[in-house]
Design a protein around this ligand. Structure first.
Ligand SMILES: [Zn+2]
Ligand SMILES: [Zn+2]
Length: 580
């Protein structure tokens, strides 16, 4: 023990600054082991602990601002030398007599100004002094670490996609060297836009070839006629959920809520388990003459119709189909027709049909969201959850039946499902701890369910599950009756289904098309509304004026075309699996 203490003491003595300083000047190649730019998506502020002001400002940013003449060269504050992907050229200005370093300069890189680090002990200027892109930096040695402190930076961005930094931001940089590796540890503090310090680290390595700085940083090259600053109004950033959609990252993490930076957040992070229809898409299979013919047929049906291009793009372009995302944002409760509403999740939607004798739900969403999302959603729409008489389930997966046990227990709601999927729910290998509704109403094709003035017609569409079912029912559009169709068992991704199941599914679509044609279905609804342009249609609905047509009425011709497109795309997949 004593031996160790003495050893430690000597280390301390020899670690005096004069011995431990290292040579900072030279050419340092970037070692981009970490992705620090974070600019792959318009809204990806993960890892930046922004406060509410920072977040509001970040979400207001539109990339079109770069078209403004005065912003073409706005460049980056000093911390970009850590964040950007470039190497560093650092040189020293040396006292000619004493040989001590007066300053180090990190050379410029196009959109980053040269950064001078004063080593001669001079003070920082008054806070009223000019702020520049690079700011004002002093440094001193702390043992074998050079600690630099930067103030007087102009306002700029923490991330290229709009996370702001103010002119009060400061940067503390710790440079340390191990062999030929230079590690830079940066702490950015900003009392205006950050709730906590933002910390970055990056390594550089001695470059055998010289790295030349590139500058002056930028010259404005063209005059654009942008009259006002392009931006998004609060709550209007169209990209806010892109990260959630693409990667399942919850919105609060994508928009830089400080809590999401800590390990404890993992406990709250809703993982993406194999729940409902979740799964991953396989690598696309090779096309052949037959598969191409089906894709071309689908493309031909879609024509120039933007609505029909949705299912074409989703199902016919390999790699585009995806499962519904369990972390997708919840739906804003919405009235679609006089007697039809939607609540629940934006990607696993619950439809609410009001009748003269109570309420009928189609699907019930996930079990863990019935009390937090579905019931409050009904209340927000002015609907009494106690009046829910029936829940009809599109099929027997947990993203559809999960919430129905709650309604059964609380309100005596009757739950309807096809026999084959009741069997699925109570199969010997089914999870007994799942919130399963007790077997109640057995739906049968052509045996309509009546509640008050509304009749719902079930159509068997086995494929996704053996007991998948579509529902056809009337809705009222400003008093006029329209016929709606909801296909309750869409195959979103084909990877888990056998070719026989896909063939059965194609036959089911054909059968459904017959019935839908006969009943003149003209309103298109989906429980997994991720391939039918529903987000855009909901936006249209919101801004709809008195005489405008309801965007959910697509007409019978287009409705049939839509499901023919889905069928062609699935047939293309079958063809890919069995090359002839
Ligand atoms: Zn399913
Ligand atoms: Zn589902």
């Amino acid at each position: 023990m004593l031996h160790k203490l003495i050893f430690g003491f000597f280390c301390f003595v020899f670690a005096s600054p004069a011995f431990a300083q290292f040579e900072l000047a030279g050419s340092w190649a970037a070692r981009n082991h970490e992705f620090l730019a974070g600019d792959g998506l318009p809204v990806d502020f993960t890892g930046i602990p922004m406060n509410d002001e920072g977040r509001t400002r970040a979400l207001s940013y539109s990339e079109s601002q770069l078209a403004m003449t005065e912003r073409q060269c706005q460049g980056w504050p000093a911390f970009y030398f850590v964040q950007g992907p470039f190497g560093l050229k650092i040189w020293a200005d040396t006292d000619p007599v004493k040989g001590s370093v007066i300053s180090y300069t990190i050379g410029a890189w196009e959109d980053r100004a040269p950064l001078t680090i004063w080593m001669d002990g001079r003070p920082h200027p008054s806070k009223y002094a000019e702020h520049t892109r690079a700011g004002f930096t002093t440094a001193r040695w702390e043992g074998n670490v050079l600690v630099a402190y930067t103030t007087h930076m102009q306002a700029g961005f923490l991330r290229k996609t709009g996370a702001p930094s103010s002119d009060q931001a400061t940067l503390t940089t710790r440079f340390s060297r191990h062999g030929d590796v230079l590690t830079v540890f940066a702490i950015i503090e900003d009392p205006v836009y950050l709730a906590e310090p933002w910390i970055l680290s990056k390594s550089f390595q001695v470059s055998p070839t010289p790295i030349s700085p590139i500058g002056p940083p930028c010259v404005t090259t063209y005059e654009a006629s942008v009259q006002s600053v392009p931006h998004y109004a609060p709550e209007k950033n169209p990209f806010v959920d892109e990260m959630t959609m693409k990667y399942g990252v919850p919105r609060e993490a994508a928009i830089g809520v400080p809590e999401t930076l800590y390990p404890e957040y993992r406990k709250k992070f809703r993982p993406t388990p194999q729940r409902g229809d979740a799964g991953t898409a396989p690598a696309p299979k090779a096309e052949n003459a037959q598969s191409r013919a089906h894709v071309e047929a689908a493309r031909k049906i879609a024509g120039n119709d933007a609505f029909l291009m949705n299912p074409y793009n989703f199902f016919c372009i390999p790699g585009n189909a995806r499962p519904n995302n369990v972390n997708a944002p919840e739906l804003e409760p919405v009235k679609i027709f006089d007697n039809l509403y939607a609540v629940g999740n934006s990607e696993a939607t619950v439809y609410v049909l009001t009748t003269t004798d109570g309420i009928l739900l189609i699907d019930s969403g996930f079990a863990d969201r019935v009390e937090s999302v579905v019931v409050p959603g009904l209340r927000k729409l002015g609907l009494d959850p106690a009046k829910v008489k029936y829940i009809l389930l599109g099929h027997g997966h947990a993203d559809h039946f999960g919430g129905s046990k709650y309604f059964q227990d609380q309100y005596g709601t009757k739950v309807g499902l096809m026999a084959a999927d009741w069997d699925l729910l109570y199969a010997p290998n089914a999870n007994p701890n799942q919130a399963r509704p007790k077997k109640d109403l057995v739906l049968v094709e052509n045996q309509p369910v009546k509640l008050g003035d509304v009749t719902v017609t079930p159509v068997a569409i086995p494929g996704h599950t053996p007991g998948s079912v579509a529902f056809i029912f009337p809705v009222k559009d400003r008093g006029k009756t329209r016929v709606a169709g909801l296909f309750g068992g869409t195959v979103l991704t084909v990877d888990r289904l056998t070719t026989d199941a896909l063939k059965q599914y194609v036959a089911s679509i054909a059968h459904y098309l017959d019935v839908a044609k006969g009943m003149k279905v003209e309103v298109e609804l989906q429980n997994h509304a991720i391939f039918d342009g529903t987000p855009e249609r909901l936006a249209t609905l919101k801004s709809m004026k008195a005489g405008d047509p309801n965007p959910f009425i697509v007409g019978t011709d287009r409705y049939l075309k839509m499901w023919n497109i889905v069928s062609e795309c699935i047939q293309a997949e079958i063809a890919r699996r069995s090359p002839s």
